[in-house]
Design a protein around this ligand. Sequence first.
Ligand code: ZN
Length: 239
Amino acid sequence: MIVSEDSAIVASKQAYTEMLKPYEQQGKIDNDPALKDRVYWITGHLIAQAITMRPETKNWSWSIKIINDPETVNAWAMAGGKMALYTGLVEKLKATDDELAQVLGHEIAHALAKHSAEKMSVLMASSIGVAAVGVAADNKGLALAGAVLAATLAVQKPNSRTAESEADQIGIELAAKAGYDPRASITLWQKMAKVGGKGPPEFFSTHPSPENREKKLANLVPVMMPYYEQKGERPFYRL
Ligand SMILES: [Zn+2]
């Protein structure tokens, strides 16, 4: 990897602020208090499980922002747990809490499994030539600017199918342990396929074989049910 996870996290922090700024200026961030409470509640439970899975991530500055954009059915996570969810996903899918937990668990999984840093590395190596030169020359300023650009591009580019399948698997486990029904992973992707067609890469372009994904998830459901059915209080991370 050209981009270590640590430098991916630093660059992502800056990319996150820059990406959200235009929406913030239009008052389109977290502007529905009921939806915000709902999403923060779900995400807080998922993050607590992510930290159990990878304890060093308790030092990440975890964040989720809800972008008011009813046309966009998407969500993403950057390195270091910087996430966004578009209202279009909630509205167009009429997503239940269990289904939202699958989406957000899947996104958290990409960050946990270092997929964001990997994608940034590929981008730095291929399309962002100048930045790569900066890295080689140890020009820190130039390298950082390139990495910020890579972090921004990374959330707009599809993940590999291997990464997707890994994120599905980790995501359904995080959600089940956080108290969300693993069966919702199947209904979620069914709804997603119906909305289908035109959409951002994270959820649409990487999955030429939805049947295969559904089959894999269906096999995971019985494995995850015991986590979901566990009694007692679930840990919570306050965002
Ligand atoms: Zn994904």
